[in-house]
Design a binder for this molecule. Structure first.
Ligand code: NAP
Length: 557
């Protein structure tokens, strides 16, 4: 890294400024550095890990198996790292992120506890000018948005939120010093994945836990446990092949009952009820998310979807002793899989405990949060601690809430006011040299994010190498290319059932957010083919320029 004087203050000069020290940022630093680029990662967190730094609530972990939810770029890394559990906890994932940072000597180029105040494109020098909250200026040829899909917590919009005098916690910003719930009256607002994971643990500790549920969720037992050494050895013995299967699958994970299982091309309505049941049983026994690939029509045909929803209802019902409570906890009015499927460890059984109460706030919404608790109509639920598991301004929020200004001062908020517009989730017109990883328009959200990081990172690396060979200084997706991809995404999403629930994939969880499918639903295979085709045709849809005012800082070859 070198420093130079600008009129106002000395600026850090970089080839690439990378925003985010999660799995995306770590890989991009490693990859771009290997090309001789001078890079620096900035993150507001106090440690690396991104999602797995912030979300440290009890019970937090991944619901993709650890052997699959991990980097594949280094055979040594994937052989040497030992996961203790079939599904890794947040603790282990954070340790893994730290191990990667050390193993590849990344830390010296990572600046933590650093908030970005603004990111502004300057046509004069064809550079991104970043201002850090501390006032430090950074000037970079490329800006890499490794900012994550679920990193901007949804602001709580419940009346009286600021009045509560007890302890306030958010699952997405959990304190490092674990809160003590002993003998406390704890309230939890939300019943999405974060709540489903944390409720069983909080209930064990709290004096009393009151869960305020607006929409019940479908959930499958995770069936977590110690990682079987024989299974680990088998996967590690064929890792490249296993990874290939992951990369060729819809979701980027293939393990079903410890075997790599391809997505089922059959339709649920084409097979007999007994065959359907057998397929569902296989995946239920396995645990986790494998239902997304159990049949090809589940996300398109409500009747097919209902077969799986009914299967889940029948499985969940016996887990809850009180039939009235079961009625409230079992979803019956929206298609399964359209809100992201939850995977749990004793979630429904937790409601059988004497110290747990469920309050349905769909029928009678929360009136307000008071100094002492939550008021619903005339009833006030008095609480010592209030936990918000209310979700995220997902996918776009992190970028539209940041002060990002592209060509001609166009802000990201303006550019995406009707929903994100990207070219294959890689770039967006008006924001030259801004590379997006695991963001809007990509498959992530439906595809294993770590493998997508590697794919998109490598794709960008090839494009940047071409630019350096050809002497191009800038790249930008054209408005027509953005239009084409945005139209294609909408066409693929239109016939799906996602429009029949209030899910974050379409922005429906945030009041006022445009209702568009923000992720690519065509599958990773189609995505790879599309992006490989773009590259093979001289990066069609991207406009390159070689008018660099400042060509003196090309990376070392
Ligand atoms: P979420 O799925 O968006 O759930 C938010 C919950 O808060 C919902 O139950 C929602 O109810 C409720 N809520 C929001 N605002 C409310 C209000 N004003 N009044 C009452 N209830 C309100 O958020 P999340 O649980 O944090 O999960 C987000 C995503 O993160 C997941 O879908 C998943 O992709 C990821 N995640 C993954 C894991 C994992 O790997 N295992 C764990 C946690 C999270 P409505 O449904 O009615 O809006």
């Amino acid at each position: 890294m070198s420093e130079t004087n600008t009129k106002t203050s000395p600026a850090v000069i970089l080839d690439a400024a990378i925003i985010g020290a999660g799995f995306s940022g770590l890989y991009m630093l490693h990859r771009l550095r290997s090309m001789g680029y001078d890079c620096r990662v900035y993150d507001s967190a106090g440690g690396v890990g991104g999602t797995w730094y912030w979300n440290r609530y009890p019970g937090c972990g991944s619901d993709i198996e650890s052997l699959e939810y991990s980097y594949s770029f280094s055979e040594e890394l994937q052989q040497e790292w030992k996961w203790s559990r079939r599904y890794a906890s947040q603790v282990e994932l954070e340790q893994y992120a730290n191990h990667v940072a050390d193993r590849f000597d990344l830390r010296k180029d990572i600046q933590l506890d650093t908030r970005i105040a603004s990111v502004v494109w300057h046509d004069e020098d064809e550079r991104w000018h970043l201002t850090l909250a501390c006032g430090q200026k950074v000037i970079a040829r490329f800006c890499v948005m490794a900012t994550g899909l679920l990193s901007s917590p949804k602001p709580v919009n419940i009346k009286g939120y600021e009045n509560f005098k007890g302890e306030v916690l958010h699952t997405s910003r959990w304190p490092k010093d674990a809160p003590d719930f002993t003998n406390k009256r704890v309230g939890m607002i939300g019943t999405g994945s974060s709540a489903v994971q944390s409720i069983p643990f909080i209930a064990q500790e709290a004096g009393h836990l009151t869960v305020f549920q607006r929409t019940p969720n479908y959930s499958v037992p995770l069936n977590n446990g110690p990682l079987d050494p024989e299974y680990e050895a088998r996967v590690k013995g064929m890792y490249p092949e296993w990874r290939q299967k992951q990369m060729n699958s819809f979701g980027g994970y293939v393990s079903v009952n410890f075997q790599p299982v391809e997505g089922n091309p059959l339709k649920a309505m084409e097979v007999t009820p007994a065959e359907r049941e057998a397929e569902y049983e296989l995946r239920w026994k396995s645990g986790g998310l494998a239902f997304y690939t159990s049949f090809g029509d589940l996300l398109f045909d409500r009747e097919a979807n209902e077969t799986l929803a009914e299967f889940f209802r029948a499985k969940i019902r016996p887990r809850i002793k009180d039939p009235d409570l079961a009625k409230k906890l079992i979803p019956d009015d929206y298609p399964i899989l359209t809100k992201r499927l939850c995977a749990d460890t004793g979630y429904f059984e937790t409601y059988n405990r004497d110290n747990v109460t469920l309050i349905d706030v769909k029928e009678t919404p929360i009136t307000e949060i008071t100094e002492q608790g939550v008021r619903i109509g005339d009833a006030e639920h008095k609480l010592d601690t209030l936990v918000f598991a209310t979700g995220f301004d997902a996918i776009t929020g992190i970028l539209t809430n940041m002060d990002i200004r592209g060509r001609g001062g166009l802000t990201m908020k303006e550019a995406w006011s009707e929903g994100p517009r990207t070219y294959a989730g890689l770039m967006t017109n008006g924001f030259p040299n801004m590379l997006m990883i695991n963001g809007a328009g990509s498959c992530t959200g439906f595809f294993n994010p770590i493998l997508n990081v590697e794919y998109q990172g490598n794709w960008f690396a090839d494009m940047l190498a071409m630019m350096d060979r050809e002497g191009y200084s800038t790249v930008e997706s054209t408005a027509e290319a953005d239009d084409e991809w945005t139209r294609h995404m909408a066409e693929v999403a239109a016939p799906t059932l996602f429009w029949q629930s209030e899910n974050w994939f379409i922005g429906a969880n945030v009041p006022g957010k445009p209702r568009v499918m923000m992720l690519y639903l065509g599958g990773f295979g189609a995505y790879k083919q599309y992006t490989a085709d773009v590259a093979a045709h001289a990066y069609k849809g991207f406009a390159f320029s070689s008018t660099a005012v400042n060509k003196d800082h090309m990376p070392a070859k």
